[in-house]
Write a protein that binds this ligand. Structure first.
Ligand code: NAI
Length: 464
């Protein structure tokens, strides 16, 4: 039985990052993971594989829609779905093996199996119990089913994001329940590959919590790409018969019950913390009514020496939020000053165009009663974007009316997920829109649109 300074439970982006930082800070570290490969949901069945399929299907979209205009003639490629899945699996393999390499490099023991915590200071895996001065729970989350509805997920006809990454073929018709991040990303993939995709969403707008202008713009652009949206519709039942599924839903506007049939139904109505088998109740670890582990400002649970991070605790279920908590928690355990600035956590949706946001939305600022100004710039005024058929969308910067301090930024457009980060850095430094506006941005880049939006908070943009 080994004695560790830290045992991390779970090797997703929260857990593996926490383990690496603990080891770098001189702590003897092990990480327990029951999957065959490291990397958790993100690397195995989430962020990374979906990005591979988004990339491949976007190339097809480019070939079908823009190649001819650029003078690239010839037949558009056809889809070899088996090969596309094998490309995706190869991407997963490269990434998960990379984490294995980092574990070896940092001398982190990978304890293979599923962990439980019989008492503080002990982690049980199989028949072995290991001692650990500190335990970090980074057990992540699993898909939640449709709340209050009668739905049986078989991962064949009725699938979660996991099953959606390995369908035997591209379905003719797919219904997506939930217009959140997963629904729109995977819906985009299959729409580009030729499926008829209908998204059924409970609320009256897509992507809950996002800036309303971005929501409307994204819905318009995705509709143009062939996705059909049924909003204000509460799904109550999904029945399968003869390899097809029927989705029953109620339209809120007139209370009418409707139904629709599809070859595949993707349930994308959120995720819930995964803490099964850890023994939280017996330990007396406090949780919220949604099953999230409660932690203090240093990620310590209600039991001393047991910490928790990532999707298993409160806050947005994002890989990068988990990573930041993993690093900070490791630093706290090592006696340093770990910190996460929850006010500056970007969110990205990898549709085409991408959507990215950080900080407050206009709605939130209005609710707060805060005086703010808006600087907006359309990608139509950005030369680079126009050159690559990406002139749709905009950058919107929200700044304090008095001080000019940046309060939020919302982008829909090319490389939005990368562009957002200069705004994040500016916000970390308490920067103003003028700070961004005075920074020289290389021409021709998409980033000039960010600068122009910052200029729009002051004396005005140049190219609009
Ligand atoms: P989500 O919470 O983003 O969206 C779920 C949607 O389902 C909501 O719009 C909700 O109103 C709707 N819904 C709930 N019940 C319904 C019903 N009965 N009928 C119709 N619609 C209903 O959840 P999603 O997309 O499943 O993602 C789960 C988590 O994973 C999120 O926290 C997300 O941030 C994260 N994620 C992040 C990604 C990224 O950063 N790019 C990619 C994939 C997932």
């Amino acid at each position: 039985m080994a004695q560790y300074d830290v045992i991390v439970i779970g090797a997703g982006p929260g857990g593996y990052v926490a383990a690496i930082r603990c080891a770098q800070l001189g702590l003897k570290t092990a990480c327990v993971e029951g999957r065959e490969t490291l990397g958790g949901t993100c690397l195995n069945v989430g962020c990374i594989p979906s990005k591979a399929l988004l990339h491949a299907s976007h190339q097809l979209h480019e070939a079908e829609h823009n190649f001819a205009a650029m003078g690239l003639k010839g037949k558009a490629p056809t889809v070899d779905w088996k090969q596309m899945l094998s490309y995706k699996d190869d991407v997963i393999g490269q990434n998960t093996k990379g984490i294995e390499f980092l574990f070896k490099k940092n001398k982190i023991d990978w304890i293979k199996g599923w962990a439980s915590i019989p008492e503080a200071g002990k982690v049980k895996v199989g028949d072995e119990t290991h001692d650990a001065k500190n335990i970090i729970i980074a057990s992540g989350s699993v898909p939640a089913s449709v709340p209050g509805a009668d739905v049986e997920i078989d991962e064949k006809v009725v699938v979660t994001s996991t099953g959606a990454l390995e369908l035997p073929k591209v379905p003719k018709k797919m219904i997506v329940i939930g217009a959140g991040v997963i629904g729109l990303e995977m819906g985009s993939v299959y729409a580009r590959l030729g499926a008829e995709v209908e998204v059924i969403e409970y609320l009256d707008a897509i992507t809950p919590g996002m800036d309303a202008e971005v929501q409307r713009s994204l819905q318009k652009l995705l509709s143009k790409q062939g996705l059909k949206f049924t909003l204000g519709a509460a799904v109550s039942k999904v029945e399968t018969k003869g390899g097809k599924a029927t989705v029953t839903y109620k339209l809120r506007k007139d209370d009418s019950e409707q139904s629709a049939e599809a070859d595949v139904v993707l349930v994308a109505t959120g995720r819930k913390p995964y803490t099964d088998g850890l023994g939280l109740d017996a330990l007396g670890i406090a949780t919220t009514d949604r099953g999230q582990i409660k932690t203090d400002g240093h990620w310590q649970t209600s039991v001393k020496g047991i910490y928790a991070i990532g999707d298993a605790i409160t806050g947005p279920m994002l890989a990068h939020k988990a990573e930041d908590e993993g690093m900070a928690c490791a630093e706290v355990i090592a006696g340093k000053h770990g910190h996460v600035n929850y006010g500056v956590i970007p969110g990205v949706i990898y549709t085409w165009p991408e959507v990215a946001s950080v900080g407050a939305t206009e709605q939130e600022l209005k609710n707060e009663g805060r005086a703010y100004k808006v600087g907006k710039f359309s990608f139509m005024g950005n030369g680079r974007a126009k050159a690559v058929f990406a002139g749709e969308g905009f950058v919107k910067i929200l700044a304090d009316k008095e001080t000019d301090r940046i309060l939020g930024c919302h982008i829909i457009g090319p490389s939005a997920g990368d562009l957002i980060h200069e705004v994040c850095v500016a916000m970390e430094y308490g920067g103003s829109a003028e700070d961004l506006a005075l920074t020289c941005h290389a021409h021709p880049t998409f980033s000039e649109a960010v600068r122009e939006a910052a200029l729009a908070c002051g004396d005005g943009p140049i190219h609009s």
